[in-house]
Design a protein around this ligand. Structure first.
Ligand code: NAD
Length: 247
């Protein structure tokens, strides 16, 4: 049985990585999907492959978001779900992070998540129901070590934003976050494996399961939080992190 039959869902960042795996899974489960991504060509390629709608969008730009979300809802005949997976990485520490890099990281990861929720919520209220899943990060719960100050701050913000939005949009719209550990995507391509192509032991050592994740393992958790199987869950930050943050 298709677990998302009849659902109409926007996935930001759906052109790559976790968002792309989620878009594929959601289509398999019967949802209509609109991919909103700044990478127009990649979004189109994924959309063509799975039978989704691709719309160019920069989640840090309010006008771009409003236009894209309205277009997506029009194409799908409404909107009752959002997955906020667009994001960027910044790996510098306090001394090396410029004000511009700090602001840009927050603009995409945190403000972008807020702006998408702000534009999408009224359309979901019109449907009388909806789900929002924000992709935060395990580092938003517990940093892995020094560095990445802007990224960590943005993801901690997404965890808190999720709780605040869950309070405000209840009971019709459930809002949850997923906190991934290290996932093999374009974002982590530089360091998730060694030069020889093996999993990076400096990363895998942090995980009780002793390995990094594939994007499909995140998509499965995002699917759960989008279906009615999680109907009594809202405001949570769900670690999907191979056991890094529980101890
Ligand atoms: N890969 C990991 O290890 C990991 C771990 C924890 C959290 N996350 C989070 O998961 C989410 C997805 O990351 P991923 O690993 O799949 O990365 P990715 O780089 O493969 O995909 C990110 C997508 O977001 C899009 N994007 C970036 N900025 C955008 C903008 N301003 N407007 C619209 N689209 C934009 C990119 O074009 C890309 O398609 C991100 O929020 C990331 O921070 C990833």
């Amino acid at each position: 049985m298709a677990r998302l039959a009849g659902r109409k869902i926007i996935i930001t960042g759906g052109a790559s990585g976790i968002g792309r795996a989620t878009a594929r899974l959601f289509r398999q489960e019967g949802a209509a999907v609109a991919i909103l991504d700044r990478s127009d060509n990649a979004a189109k390629a994924v959309a063509d492959e799975i039978g989704a709608v691709a719309i160019a969008c920069d989640v840090s730009d309010p006008a771009s978001i409003t236009a894209a979300i309205n277009k997506a809802a029009e194409a799908m005949g409404g909107l009752d779900g959002v997955v906020n997976a667009a994001g960027i990485l910044a790996e510098t520490g306090i001394a090396d992070t410029s004000a511009e890099v700090f602001a840009r990281t927050l603009a995409v990861n945190l403000t972008g998540t807020f702006l998408v929720i702000q534009a999408a919520a009224p359309l979901m209220q019109k449907e009388g129901k909806g789900t929002i899943v924000n992709i935060a990060s395990g580092v938003g719960l517990m940093p892995t070590g020094p560095g990445s100050i802007a990224y960590v701050a943005s993801k901690g913000g997404v965890v808190a934003l999720t709780k605040s939005a869950a309070m405000e949009l209840a009971p019709n719209i459930r809002v949850n976050s997923v906190c991934p550990g290290a996932v093999e995507t374009a974002m982590t391509a530089g360091h998730i494996r060694t030069a020889a192509g093996d999993p990076n032991p400096a990363i895998t050592a942090r995980y009780a399961l002793g390995r990094h994740a594939q994007p499909e393992e995140l998509a499965a958790a995002i699917l759960f939080l989008t279906t009615d199987e999680s109907s009594f869950m809202t405001g949570i930050a769900l670690p999907v992190d191979g056991g890094r943050t529980f101890h």
